[in-house]
Design a protein around this ligand. Structure first.
Ligand SMILES: Nc1nc2c(ncn2[C@@H]2O[C@H](COP(=O)(O)OP(=O)(O)OP(=O)(O)O)[C@@H](O)[C@H]2O)c(=O)[nH]1
Ligand SMILES: [Mg+2]
Length: 234
């Protein structure tokens, strides 16, 4: 879990035997249990939209995963739902080119896997289509309860990330930063990244002041993410 990753880094700086106290801003055991229960029931793909006019009628609480191409959105959907290949993962950036909707039976909660932004290689017209769809969706979806905005823990924050944060501020859509691929970063740099991102998000009115550090590959932060999603279930 994220606080374990933070804890490892802090522990090394303390003398042996010294009692360690971590201010845990993370979920309570009850919230973790609510998240576990929510995703113990199956989640299924039910809809793909390539244009705004083809979105499914709003139902349930929608939670969208947004972020640069290759940041790990589809992998995180698989980790959250406990399914290996519910969302399609690729080594090539720009794999997801539509909005993919997954409904979890308990809930109702709908997870939305989004096309990535910032992928330079894609042909311009195609890119405009799928990135335009993503931005229009983020601006105007009535039942969108939260956006998890994914940032790769190994990569610097890019202008395109800031643009999306500003759009969410303007549209008053609450977003929470999720650091991904924490398995590939040492504790020291990871802690610095967390601090840098917390400082950044504090400058965005729509940004939540708690971030979640994850690794789909290492199972880090997944319980915490599930607990955050379970908050929306009535
Ligand atoms: N080390 C590591 N690699 C990961 C992790 N999550 C995803 N990856 C890798 O990152 C690459 C992209 O993952 P995806 O889940 O397809 O990323 P995406 O954000 O959905 O990408 P697009 O759909 O192209 O925007 C794949 O090669 C994954 O195996 C992780 O937690 N750790
Ligand atoms: Mg994807």
């Amino acid at each position: 879990m994220a606080d374990h990753a933070q804890g490892d880094g802090a522990q090394a700086e303390n003398s042996p035997g010294e009692e360690l106290k971590f201010e845990s801003a993370g979920p309570s055991p009850e919230q973790i249990e609510a998240g576990r229960k929510l995703f113990a029931s199956p989640c299924e793909f039910f809809y793909a939209a390539q244009a705004l006019e083809h979105l499914p009628a709003p139902r349930g609480n929608e939670i969208a995963l947004a972020g640069r191409s290759n940041v790990g959105k589809s992998s995180l959907i698989n980790a959250i739902t406990g399914r290996k290949a519910l969302a399609r993962v690729s080594h090539q950036p720009g794999r997801t080119r539509q909005l993919n909707f997954f409904e979890c039976q308990a809930g109702p909660v709908v997870l939305v896997d989004m096309p990535g932004y910032g992928y330079a290689e894609a042909p311009k017209e195609i890119k405009r289509d799928w990135q335009g769809l993503m931005l229009d969706y983020l601006r105007g979806r009535p039942n969108l309860r939260r956006v998890f905005l994914l940032l790769d823990a190994r990569v610097e924050v890019k202008v395109s990330d800031l643009t999306v944060m500003e759009l969410l501020d303007q549209s008053a859509v609450p977003f929470q930063i999720v650091l991904t691929k924490a398995d590939s970063v040492k504790p020291g740099p990871l802690k610095r990244k967390q601090e840098e991102v917390l400082a950044l998000v504090a400058t965005h009115p729509a940004g939540l002041n708690q971030i979640i550090t994850t690794s789909s590959a290492g199972g880090i932060g997944i319980e915490e993410l599930r607990a955050a999603i379970a908050e929306f279930v009535e």
